[in-house]
Design a protein around this ligand. Structure first.
Ligand code: FES
Length: 357
């Protein structure tokens, strides 16, 4: 009777969870999420926001059922939900045995460590995006496309920012981030007002599995806002490594004033082996301006960016606001690209987190 009541009121016995491909198996105490329990057992489960907004903990439910604390559909696409993907940070096991599978990245990523650093420079790229240089206490090695969790003393939640440059084999002691101002966001308000100058930041890095997969197939990169940062890192690194594959880069912004890093993108395009299209797309540029480029939503130009492509062979790299990433996934899967060939990093900021919690 006692165990029945415990189960009825949410105090049910621990459930067992297996995480592939790590081979980790552990009990999950009642009410705990798959991610919480995995981390408590030192399983290197990919994660970031822990509140169901970033998609980093996306994993496939192989067997068992889970209860979603918040709707997975807020972050995962319809196609991912249909394919059985869940968010481990929002999933509480319901069955005696639950098996989840994390995507195997197929390469050894550097272990994440804790660093300290100070902001040494800040340069405005647009009216609301700034490039911030942080001097670290020692060199940091990362893979192009990865990110860091950055915490300042007076801000409760760490923020995650992608490295905006190609990595250095020996590690980088000065790292650059591209940070968008979020009105009312504690960290970025402090950053833009200069209150973080001289402040010791705590940094956990490198994190994430958004990086270029080895392939000779065509690739399409779609970036929105500050989501350009990890793609710049990936593209500059690939160019330096003489990667040869057909490539299209779509960069969505509201107006010409929101475009940045165009010189870097054109340099990449000029030196790219295999042919590279670069297409900036503006969604809110005044009709009377002199802009002669593409107008509309950036995802409207995906299909025409790689004309005559066999889309079942194309790899997608998407980075930007959740709505843009979801729309791009819809377009790519509609064209025939497999979900497994679409890699993305949703840039959730303080406004998205606030909306979720
Ligand atoms: S860690 Fe689960 S969605 Fe961000």
């Amino acid at each position: 009777m006692a165990s029945f009541l415990k189960g009825f009121f949410g105090g049910a016995a621990a459930r067992r969870v297996e995480v592939r491909p790590f081979g980790a198996c552990f009990d999950v105490p009642s009410g705990q999420t798959v991610l919480e329990s995995a981390l408590a057992h030192n399983v290197p489960f990919p994660h970031n926001c822990t509140v169901g907004t970033c998609g980093s903990c996306k994993s496939r439910l192989v067997c068992g059922r889970v209860k979603a604390i918040t709707d997975f559909g807020y972050t995962l696409s319809r196609q991912e939900l249909e394919a059985g993907y869940i968010l481990a940070c929002q999933a509480v096991p319901r069955d005696e045995l639950t098996v989840v599978e994390v995507e195997s990245t197929g390469r050894d990523l550097p272990a994440h460590e804790r660093f300290t650093g100070n902001i040494s420079a800040a340069e405005a790229l647009t009216h609301d995006i700034v490039r911030v240089t942080v001097e670290l206490d020692r060199p940091l090695r990362y893979v192009a496309g990865q990110y860091a969790n950055v915490r300042s003393p007076n801000v409760v939640r760490p923020r995650c920012y992608s490295f905006a440059d190609a990595p250095d084999r020996n590690g980088r002691k000065a790292v650059n981030f591209m940070i968008r101002r979020v009105p009312g966001g504690g960290f970025t308000d402090a950053l833009f007002s200069g209150r973080l100058e001289g402040v010791r930041l705590e940094i956990e890095a490198p994190l994430g599995s958004f990086f270029l997969r080895t392939s000779a197939h065509p690739m399409i990169c779609v970036a929105g806002g500050s989501g350009l940062a990890p793609l710049l890192s990936i593209l500059e690194d690939a160019r330096r490594m003489n990667v040869r594959r057909r490539c299209a880069v779509l960069f969505g912004a509201r107006t010409t004033g929101d475009l940045y890093a165009l010189d870097r993108l054109r340099d990449i395009q000029a030196a790219w082996l295999g042919g590279c299209e670069f297409i900036p797309v503006l969604s809110a540029e005044p009709a009377q301006s002199g802009w002669t480029g593409c107008r509309g939503m950036v995802t409207e130009f995906v299909a025409s960016a790689l004309p005559d492509a066999d889309w079942s062979q194309v790899e997608g790299y998407l980075c930007g606001p959740p709505g843009m990433v979801d729309a791009a996934i819809d377009v790519l899967t509609g064209l025939g690209t497999g979900l497994g060939s679409i890699h993305y990093d949703k840039f959730t900021d303080e406004s998205h987190v606030a909306a979720q919690i």
